[in-house]
Design a protein around this ligand. Structure first.
Ligand code: UD1
Length: 427
């Protein structure tokens, strides 16, 4: 186990490259199962989650070549594939649930382990099950597995999601491309990653219209063919660097970042003292030496403020001028960063799904622990605006979502290294 060692004081300055989105790459890998043959994905991030998904696909019978340094994954999908995703892998990668839709579509059956709870809430699967049932599958939980069966194949349907779940939208989308007839999915999630998956499906030969809006229409086809596709840039990584620049009073060009995918977050930064300008290669976030102003923010499905940037907004407000209320509307238990920020001297108090934060000009370095990917990134950024040394345990969480995080931070002038995490005390 390793931890990050952060020496406070540096402003992030320079340029940083953003590559493909984790939350798209994993789903594109799963969607590749829909077409027999060799599919090639580029701009894939070099992260642990991609390695786990590659292993899952291998166990389903695919040949997978993953070159992290090149950002390329090639997946050879045989005519006959397995349909069971084991608990061992699903518990390591909750996003494995996205193989459910493609497997029912291809194999007319899927057994995918139920992932269980994690650090950011219970994360139900009822909407995934509801969507597949509407397409004609029988779905039940058996010995810890979500079992979906459609012996006669899937049939298109009108489906309205109660909540625009990203995962449920993806599973319905991926299942319905091979269903008989037309599917109309209403109250669909609109995230850029959904658009990326829909684009990929169209490249595979699927008929999909309306992705990026609340209504997606899918006309089923008999078979799909492999393709080559570049993963959409990671808006959450880009947002992390934007918050990093603003929080540390720095100046960062986010190369490859798409400002239009981050409008809600960037508008808040701009309204509160940070400059954001488009550049030829992405956008630049500048807060040269000025202390940013606090802002109230509430997370919402896209195009609202992303829940994945909520821990970053907490770290920002912990050192901004003024007070702010941060409201979490997407996940019920996503405030584990608050206790850790308090260890750094942040003045933050949880009240239901709100956090009241009063900004302190500086925090003070301390050992803290990352509970998930984004919490980890937020704590490292907070460590940069704390006096002295902050250690962030649980580096593996950060590795799941950010490729070469220490290298990129060092490239921006931060004194951040990795070191072994001392084993916990056991009496
Ligand atoms: C995805 C992202 C995650 C991001 C989230 C919201 C991946 C791998 N993860 O997660 O980083 O934070 O979108 O933008 O892409 N829900 C149900 N029943 C369901 C499905 C969801 O109650 O069947 C609830 C969840 O518990 C949660 C909320 O809906 O409270 C949002 O979940 P969802 O949009 O499905 O997020 P994920 O796909 O899990």
């Amino acid at each position: 186990m390793e931890r990050f060692r952060v020496v406070g004081g540096a402003r992030l300055q320079g340029e940083v490259q953003v590559v493909g989105a984790k939350n798209s790459a994993l789903k594109l890998m799963a969607a590749s199962l829909l077409a027999a043959g060799r599919t090639r994905l580029t701009n894939v991030p070099a992260i642990l989650d991609v390695t786990i998904m590659a292993e899952l696909l291998r166990r389903l019978g695919c040949g997978v070549d993953y070159e992290p340094a090149e950002g390329v994954v090639e997946i050879d999908v045989p005519e006959q594939i397995g349909h069971r995703a084991d608990y061992e892998l699903v518990r390591a990668l909750r996003a494995s649930i996205c193989v459910l839709g493609p497997l029912v579509a291809r194999c007319r059956a899927a057994d995918v382990a139920v992932p269980g709870g994690d650090a950011i809430g219970s994360r139900g699967l009822d909407l995934h099950a509801f969507g597949l049932q509407a397409l004609g599958a029988q779905v039940h939980v058996h010995h810890g597995y979500l079992v979906a069966e459609a012996p006669d194949g899937l049939a298109g349907a009108d489906i309205r999601l109660e909540f625009p779940s990203v995962g449920a939208t993806e599973n319905v989308l991926m299942a319905s491309v091979l269903a008989r007839g037309t599917t109309r999915l209403t109250n669909a999630a609109r995230e850029p990653e959904i658009v990326d998956i829909a684009d990929f499906l169209v490249e595979l030969g699927a008929k999909v219209h309306g992705a990026g809006t609340t209504v997606i229409e899918i006309e089923g086809v008999d078979a799909l063919h492999p393709t080559e596709h570049a993963v959409v840039p990671d808006r959450i990584a880009a947002g992390t660097w934007a918050f990093g620049a603003a929080t540390t009073r720095g100046d960062v060009e986010v190369v490859g970042g798409r400002a239009e995918h981050l409008s809600a977050a960037l508008e808040l930064l701009v309204d509160n003292g940070t400059s954001v300008h488009p550049t030829d290669r992405g956008f630049r976030v500048t807060n040269d030496g000025r202390r940013p102003h606090a802002f109230d923010v509430a997370t919402l499905p896209y195009p609202g403020f992303p829940t994945d940037l909520q821990p970053l907004a907490l770290a920002y407000n912990a050192v901004a001028e003024g007070s702010a209320m941060v409201t979490e509307n997407v996940f019920e238990a996503r405030f584990r960063t608050v206790q850790e920020l308090a260890r750094l001297g942040a003045d933050a108090r949880i009240d239901g799904h709100h956090v009241m934060v009063h900004g302190n000009a500086r925090l003070s370095g301390a050992p803290v622990e990352a509970s998930d990917i984004r919490a980890g990134a937020a704590l490292v950024i907070a460590g940069l605006v704390a006096d002295g040394v902050t250690t962030v345990s649980g580096a593996h969480h950060i590795d799941r979502g950010y490729a070469r995080f220490t290298d990129l931070l060092q490239g921006l002038g931060a004194d951040v290294t990795r070191e072994p995490d001392p084993p916990p005390y056991v009496s």
